[in-house]
Design a protein. Sequence first.
Length: 154
Amino acid sequence: MRQLCCAAGTASSAGTVRRVGGPRIDCVGGIVVSDDGRLLLVRRGQEPAKGAWSVPGGRVEPGESDAEATAREVLEETAVVVRVGRLAGGVEWDAPGGGVYVIRDYLCRPESTGPTVVRAGDDADQAAWFTPAELRALETSPGLVEALEEWGVL
């Protein structure tokens, strides 16, 4: 497994998860794939990786399950209602100011069929659908493309 935070946008090519100290901060990301194979991405409006494209995601709120948090984060950042599926992958990464982001990225499908309109919200500057080829040409958060390939999404 790579040191990767799809939702937070940081990565390392060391090839193994690095154990870091401090409080653990549970996070999730939604890898939303449409029926025609396009992926839903957001352009990050805040650090880390401000301006880069990544999967929508963020912190798990107290009392939320991962599925609830993933669905909420995707809705807040893209206005898309999703069904949350299986875990695609996860990592641990240093959080700014100390602590550890514990990130779990889940495969998701839009609830609606056909074209799904997106609207950026929360801390996303933009939200859009991309084919796998288009995604590979974007400025993405570090390690995103490699992780999606490793997890069998691309």
